[in-house]
Design a protein. Structure first.
Length: 191
């Protein structure tokens, strides 16, 4: 059975593309993980979890590829990095207040950084926000997170397996060239 993995990079029009792909795969052959944290939990219980599905989709980055029994066909969408950065900023400031009203808490990044009234310049000066957008697409394709590790932010708080938080708090010390060298090798790396 050939498997497909849609490596959904946040803020890249992936939801629209995912919806088109969903029509090609019936619900019983596609995953329903709500996020990397749910997938990590399932994989800890059953390392062969992904073998159940022909179509896997999510904001999982390259991390899940090593959990397939055979390498899947990987699909993704890329976007102009500046447009993606502006979209991320708008999403956090505009769209998420609706979510905050529903959940009674602001977007996690706004909890850390008083960013509700921030400008794009202030947003980009805040280190976790900057890491959330700097080389985000390349980092999705190059870095893999150990789904059994315990990741923490600079204050020692557990990050869980939430991709945005991992990307915002894990080192971004690799140069552009080093990241690009990791992508085609099939050997993802996390510093």
């Amino acid at each position: 059975m050939e498997q497909y993995y849609f490596l959904h990079i946040a803020k890249n029009a992936g939801t629209s593309f995912r919806n088109v792909l969903y029509k090609k795969f019936p619900p019983k052959v596609r995953n329903q993980y709500g996020g990397l944290h749910q997938l990590a939990s399932c994989l800890k219980e059953d390392p062969r979890e992904l073998d159940k599905y022909r179509f896997v989709v999510g904001h999982f980055g390259f991390s899940v590829v090593s959990h397939f029994s055979r390498p899947p066909r990987i699909l993704t969408m890329l976007r102009d990095p500046v447009a993606r950065t502006l979209s991320t900023f708008k999403h956090i400031k505009v769209r998420n207040p609706k979510e905050a009203a529903r959940t009674r808490r602001p977007h996690w990044l706004l909890e850390e950084f008083d960013g509700e009234n921030a400008t794009i310049e202030e947003f980009l000066q805040y280190p976790p926000a900057r890491r959330l957008v700097t080389n985000f697409q390349t980092r999705n394709l190059a870095l893999a997170y150990d789904l059994t590790a315990d990741y923490r932010d600079a204050k020692g708080n557990a990050l869980g397996y939430f991709q945005g938080r991992l990307m915002a708090h894990i080192s971004d010390s690799l140069s552009d060239e080093e990241l690009l060298d990791l992508c085609p090798s099939g050997q993802p790396h996390l510093q």
